[in-house]
Design a protein around this ligand. Structure first.
Ligand SMILES: NC(=O)c1ccc[n+]([C@@H]2O[C@H](COP(=O)([O-])OP(=O)(O)OC[C@H]3O[C@@H](n4cnc5c(N)ncnc54)[C@H](O)[C@@H]3O)[C@@H](O)[C@H]2O)c1
Length: 390
């Protein structure tokens, strides 16, 4: 069994939990799960044991009720999800300025007390893996684990983000109960912060991140690899997304948008080896688009004999289900890494699934290359179903 706690009961979490249950019931095929059928842990072994949120319209409800509200008009919601509860998390400003009423444990407790409160709750839920899909937040790396501990001890609420707090609390849980894997699918630098890597290594735990790479960014990365391998010189890159979900609305906040821009832009220099001028950002919010975002990519490059070519790509992509499919793999990979005694972060996994793969200083590579390396790495560590390779 892989026991999972999900942080953030938004669109990605709804698709993850509902999709997982529908796969288990045989209602849908596991399309969109990159390593479906290839890992020794079966999808049916994943069990979501609790979810955390701070939106007052979600806290205290069941996952069934919230999922019904969010995606119930598109698909049936399995009744079994009435058993999973949405618990109150720490808010730490994430929904400020978004017009959503929020409350967090820290409203009535100090950070140290909030930490004890969560760790005690987790000691009963017994998670192996935490998956972070809360709203994009502004955060800067700590660098030193002692500084992190001091901020919590001194109750300096303005110096720590919710994603950082959860990752720290999960490490404390690991130190007391059992090693865990924390999967960070938002731009907050965690797998790219030495403070967290040191902490996780110390407690024999695994930290995967940062920021899931699902839509336009891996597509652009693969196109850049294609051009690099053919020695075509890229003059410029334009890549933008417009969506109508809460995630896109949150990104209209300049601090949150900057966090996304930082994780998205790292692909250019890393893959091409030079800094081609680029505009790669989540660009806007348009409500009628809903969760199906509009993506546009334009790349110009120099080709043989002094000529110039142009690439134009337009797509409409279901945003959250793309990430939800990755979550099915990452929960299993997290548990497998723990079982094999890995600690700290694992670049081979991050390079395929994440926009800004940790640990700090690791390059972003194209996903075509990353996928092959991941398969080879799983094979050399005996972590892949043998029949798949034959
Ligand atoms: N394809 C994708 O959807 C994709 C790809 C990469 C990364 N991401 C990241 O995943 C995250 C989730 O995406 P989404 O579409 O589900 O967004 P969403 O806005 O639908 O969900 C976020 C949820 O987190 C909750 N939340 C906010 N602050 C919290 C806190 N402090 N504690 C607990 N819960 C909190 C919100 O109330 C909301 O329910 C975003 O940060 C996004 O950047 C998404």
């Amino acid at each position: 069994m892989v026991r999972v706690v999900v942080l953030g009961m938004g669109m990605a979490a709804s698709h993850y939990i509902v999709g997982l249950e529908r796969i288990k019931m045989g209602d849908v095929e596991p399309y969109g799960v990159p390593l479906a059928g290839k890992l020794p842990i079966d999808i049916s072994e994943i069990e979501v044991v609790g979810v955390y949120d701070v939106d007052t319209s979600k806290v205290g409800k069941s996952v069934y009720e919230v999922a019904k509200m969010q995606i119930g008009s598109d698909m049936p919601i399995p009744e079994s999800l009435k058993e999973i509860k949405v618990y109150e998390g720490v808010h730490l400003r994430n929904l400020d300025r978004l017009g959503i009423e929020a409350r967090g444990v820290e409203d009535r407790k100090s950070l140290s007390e909030a930490l004890d409160y969560l760790v005690e709750q987790w000691s009963r839920l017994e998670p192996d893996v935490f998956i972070n899909v809360i709203t994009t937040e502004y955060a800067t790396p700590f660098g030193d684990p002692n500084y992190l501990a001091e901020v919590i001890r001194e109750n300096n609420v303005d110096e720590i983000s919710a994603g950082q707090f959860y990752a720290y609390a999960a490490a404390v849980y690991a130190s007391k109960y059992k090693p865990i894997a924390y999967v960070n699918l938002i731009p907050t630098p965690l797998a790219n912060d030495d403070a967290f890597i040191k902490l996780y290594t110390k407690y024999n735990s695994v930290l995967l991140g940062d920021d899931g790479a699902t839509g336009a960014t891996p597509y652009t990365a693969d196109t850049l690899e294609h051009l690099r391998e053919r020695n075509r010189y890229v003059d410029f890159i334009v890549q933008f997304n417009i969506g109508g979900n809460l995630d896109f609305y949150a990104l209209t906040d300049p601090d949150k948008n900057l966090m996304k821009e930082e994780t998205k832009s790292s692909i250019v220099r890393d893959i091409l080896g030079y800094e081609a001028p680029h505009y790669i950002k989540p660009t806007g919010y348009l409500e009628p688009l809903g969760d199906k975002k509009f993506v546009s990519i334009h790349i110009e490059y120099k080709t043989f004999n002094g000529l110039r070519d142009s690439i134009y790509v337009n797509m409409r992509i279901n945003d959250s289900p793309a990430l939800a499919g990755y979550m099915v793999d990452l929960a299993r990979l997290g548990k497998m890494l723990l079982d094999q005694g890995f600690k700290g972060s694992v670049y081979e996994v991050n390079a395929f699934y994440m926009k800004k793969p940790g640990p700090r200083g690791s390059p972003s590579i194209s996903r075509i290359v990353a996928y092959q390396r991941l398969i080879n790495w799983l094979e050399s560590n005996d972590l892949i179903v043998r029949e798949y390779l034959e």
